[in-house]
Design a protein around this ligand. Structure first.
Ligand code: NAD
Length: 295
């Protein structure tokens, strides 16, 4: 039996490989991205190119979106109300709980159900289908879309309230960036004292300090000086900012979280929002007068 026709808006670093996996799993896809070049490889695999978000929403009942900022997600959510087939809007972006809840209400006025569905695991996880897929929204909507969501990775249902999955995602990303920030300080200190950074990560990974930065970002992106984890400093900053705003609204003090935001903000000011978020090590290196690389 032919699989259903799906829509996909925003086929960038994350959306591109996720959309490719859907095509390879046998789904027909109608895609839209403001960047023509991002759509070309997917069209070569058989995806149909739409001229607008509304056109995607007139081609498919379920429309997935992987977009950079909450404001862009809100604008695209508004645009899909112009389509005549859409029944479900699946937001894979990190949008924040408030915007996500507001979008669910707005789309509800058009009888469109929102599935809040942020993901974690980076570009590598999107390519391999090993993402953590965090879902909140109506359970029956998740059940209906479980098969395509499982193409992306492991699906976790965290509750029916719109925005709850976003909160889950923001906590995850705060931890990921905090690990990168504190590991930057520790490894720079070791390098300045004369330790080899790769050996440091091997020791830490066999010990109690291991984290996603020692296991992944330092060996693969920072020590080889590639700065290519695939996650932009500007997007990481957006996530930490959203997390701190949410924590403040909930009355949860975040002393460490605020320090992480400041260091990320300095990296963004020095290297730009488009730089890779592993650039967070660079201000620490500049202050210490050393570079984290092999001798
Ligand atoms: P990206 O900038 O690479 O991709 C976003 C895509 O959206 C781009 O191709 C862009 O052209 C397109 N776009 C922008 N405005 C548009 C519009 N109005 N209509 C249609 N398309 C539009 O970003 P990304 O790294 O793929 O991240 C996407 C989302 O996923 C973000 O919310 C991010 O926080 C989240 N995320 C990223 C990662 C990562 O490691 N990169 C991991 C997990 C979650």
């Amino acid at each position: 039996m032919a699989k259903e026709h799906l829509g996909f808006i925003g086929v960038g670093r994350m959306g591109g490989p996720m959309a490719r996996r859907l095509i390879e799993a046998g789904y027909q896809l109608t895609i839209y991205d403001t960047n023509e070049a991002a759509m070309a490889p997917l069209c070569a695999l058989g995806a149909s190119r739409a001229a607008s978000a509304a056109q995607v929403a007139s081609a498919a009942e379920a429309v997935f979106a992987s977009l950079p900022t909450p404001e862009i997600v809100a604008a695209v959510a508004e645009a899909v109300t112009g389509g005549n087939r859409i029944k479900t809007f699946v937001d894979l972006s990190t949008t924040g709980p408030r915007m996500s809840a507001a979008i669910a209400v707005r789309l509800g006025e058009h009888r469109i159900v929102t599935l809040d569905c942020p993901v974690s695991g980076g570009v590598a996880g999107a390519e391999k289908g090993t993402l953590a897929v965090m879902v909140s929204g109506p359970r029956e909507t998740l059940d209906a879309l479980r098969a395509p969501l499982e193409v992306f990775g492991k699906v976790f249902y965290v509750g029916d309230r719109p925005g709850l999955a976003q909160t889950m995602k923001l906590v995850n990303n705060l931890l990921s960036v905090a690990a990168l920030a504190i590991t930057s300080e520790g490894i720079v200190m070791g390098v300045k004292a004369g330790l080899d950074p790769l050996l440091m990560t091997e020791v830490i990974n066999a010990g109690s300090g291991r984290n996603s930065a020692t296991q992944d970002k330092f060996p693969k992106a920072i020590i080889p000086r590639r700065f290519n984890s695939g996650f932009a400093t500007g997007l990481a900053y957006k996530d930490v900012k959203l997390c701190l705003e949410e924590a403040e609204a909930l009355g949860v003090p975040m002393v460490v979280g605020n320090a992480v935001r400041q260091l990320l903000g300095i990296a963004k000011a020095m290297h730009g929002g488009d730089s890779d978020f592993t650039s967070i090590v660079r201000p620490v290196e500049a202050w210490a007068g050393v570079e984290v690389k092999r001798k």
